[in-house]
Design a protein. Structure first.
Length: 169
């Protein structure tokens, strides 16, 4: 009888211990307002706005070619203020999943600091310069790989797949 009560007690304690971190995490979850402020201060919202402009342009071009019967300007509204808010609202839970309230508070404190503001203001330029370097590197890497393919005969001198030789049977 004593062993049965020990097992029940142990099971109850184990269940309680497993539930505690979940309850604590729920109590520490960042608020939607905190996350939205972080997205604003860190520049995420601004980047999303920039991306939406580019996406609208691309969407408009592609869709106009696919559906010429639709007015040219219709697709420009693919991402508008309302849909952008909806998208950002859907992203908030991702932040809540990965950061506690205290961590979001720390990030907010950082992004309000002079260094945080500098990170936010310089990151777009750093990203542009990094993308240029990445594009240059990508071209060079592709050239190296094509040279190897030409050298080993996988591609011909013009960079095309050689025509298979027909065997006479």
């Amino acid at each position: 009888m004593k062993s049965l009560s020990t097992i029940v007690l142990a099971a109850t304690m184990t269940g309680s211990m497993l539930a505690m971190p979940m309850a604590q995490a729920a109590g520490q979850q960042a608020t939607r307002q905190q996350v939205r402020e972080l997205m604003q201060l860190s520049g995420v919202s601004k980047v999303m706005q920039t991306m939406s402009t580019q996406m609208n342009r691309q969407m408009s071009t592609v869709m106009q070619q696919s559906f010429p019967c639709v007015k040219a300007g219709y697709w420009n509204g693919f991402i508008n203020a309302k849909s952008m808010k909806t998208l950002l609202d859907r992203i908030v839970p991702v932040y809540q999943k990965h950061f506690t309230r205290a961590e979001i508070d720390g990030l907010l404190k950082f992004y309000r600091s002079p260094l945080g503001r500098k990170v936010t203001s310089t990151m777009p330029q750093i990203m542009r310069e990094s993308m240029q370097i990445g594009q240059q590197w990508g071209r060079q890497r592709a050239e190296q790989m094509f040279a190897t393919l030409k050298k080993n005969g996988t591609l011909d001198a013009e960079g095309k797949c050689p025509v298979p030789k027909k065997t006479g049977k």
